[in-house]
Ligand binder design. Structure first.
Ligand code: GRF
Length: 218
């Protein structure tokens, strides 16, 4: 994905939206050649929607319709996306699982960030589980979304050392600070055409990305 036009993003959030804001600021400050056209949430009233509006970004809330409502949600989501026509969908703390059909129809065009060194600690409460397991390193992963939950190819990971006596709160804050660096970076790679999706897998700088790039943080 490259060209003279900025990469168009739709960002899906469910809460605070700090990753969304980090990406939007990177766009607004010209650090990455992308623009956020739409921020969408399945939870009306979450703080991230206010943050997006304050940043001058169009927002949309599509309330989650209940236990069996994913198809209805996705058809409304499809309509919102058809209007915004994003190049890439960015999941940033979006707490719902999209269907296999939705993911497969957009292979290579949906990104997610997960707060662990995938494939370790898929799912929820990763910081707590890392501490309980006694792991000495932790981090976050930006990956392409596939039909498998938290299972798509990982592009970039931030790695942080777990400090002795560290609490879940401090660990999560330290990991999240790295998310705000690595997520815009990956989007920048896509916007520059350095990162691509071909033959059902990611390519970086013309080489098949068989293992994630790992960046160490203090
Ligand atoms: C982040 O920690 C992200 O890794 C996870 O959900 C959290 C979202 O935080 N998927 P925010 O809404 O971006 O502040």
């Amino acid at each position: 994905m490259t060209g003279s036009e900025p990469l168009r993003l739709a960002i899906l959030i469910s809460g605070r939206g700090s990753n969304m804001a980090a990406i939007a600021r990177a766009c607004a400050e010209g650090r990455i050649k992308a623009r956020v056209d739409l921020v969408l949430s399945e939870r009306p009233g979450v703080p991230g929607l206010d943050t997006a509006r304050a940043l001058g970004i169009e927002t949309c809330a599509i309330p989650w319709p209940g236990a069996t409502g994913r198809a209805r949600f996705e058809s409304e989501l499809e309509a919102a996306l058809a209007a915004a026509r994003p190049d890439v969908i960015v999941l940033a703390g979006f707490m719902r699982i999209l269907s296999q059909q939705f993911a497969e129809a957009r292979a290579g065009r949906i990104l997610n960030i997960h707060p662990s060194l995938l494939p370790k600690f898929r799912g929820l409460h990763t910081h707590r589980r890392v501490l309980e397991a006694g792991d000495r390193v932790h981090g976050a992963s930006v990956h392409f979304v596939t039909a498998e939950l938290d299972g798509g190819p990982v592009i970039l990971q931030s790695r942080v050392a777990v400090r002795p006596g560290e609490s879940e709160d401090t660990l999560s804050a330290r990991v999240q600070a790295t998310e705000h660096i690595i997520y815009p970076r990956v989007i920048g790679w896509l916007a520059e055409g350095r990162l691509a999706w071909r033959d059902d897998r990611p390519w970086l700088d013309g080489k098949s990305l068989d293992a994630p790039v790992v960046e160490d943080f203090p």
